[in-house]
Write a protein that binds this ligand. Structure first.
Ligand code: ZN
Length: 146
């Protein structure tokens, strides 16, 4: 089973952490790029992990990449993870976006549908639901849909 893909900005939704996206209208992951050596990080870091330069610049990361490594978690994570109804196994992995490899949740949770090198794109899925019914979305990578 795959998770249902959602739209950021849809009614009765909010994104889990606004600092992870460039903006609500530019739905790309917000990374940081070093002005000295072009090292890119995600999430954003203030200083460059490679050359130590300060003043990393905001970078909109590519929204498509290749699955670099993955696993399926069959147990519920500990706090601060918030359960969303009955627990379902979920995929996690690393996606190679060219300039940086990001750790991410995966839309797909069936290991036989996942493969190293698979083309994936940035999507959004429900992480949990607030007390008032608002769906809280997080990012995930899943199969390209066009
Ligand atoms: Zn650097």
């Amino acid at each position: 089973m795959t998770q249902m893909v959602r739209e950021v900005g849809a009614e009765n939704t909010r994104f889990v952490d606004d600092t992870l996206l460039v903006s609500e209208s530019e739905r790309a992951l917000r990374g940081a790029r070093c002005p000295e050596c072009a090292t890119t990080t995600f999430p954003v870091q203030v200083g460059c992990p490679r050359c130590g330069a300060q003043g990393m610049e905001t970078a909109a990361l590519p929204t498509r990449g290749a699955l670099w490594s993955f696993t399926v978690q069959n147990f519920q994570p500990k706090n601060p993870y918030r359960p969303d109804g009955d627990f379902e196994p979920y995929g996690v992995g690393y996606v190679d976006l060219g300039e940086v490899i990001v750790e991410t949740r995966l839309v797909e949770n069936r290991p036989d549908r996942l493969a190293i090198g698979q083309a994936v794109q940035l999507q959004f899925v429900r992480a949990f639901v607030d007390e008032d019914g608002t769906e809280v979305l997080t990012f995930a990578f899943g199969e390209e849909n066009r």
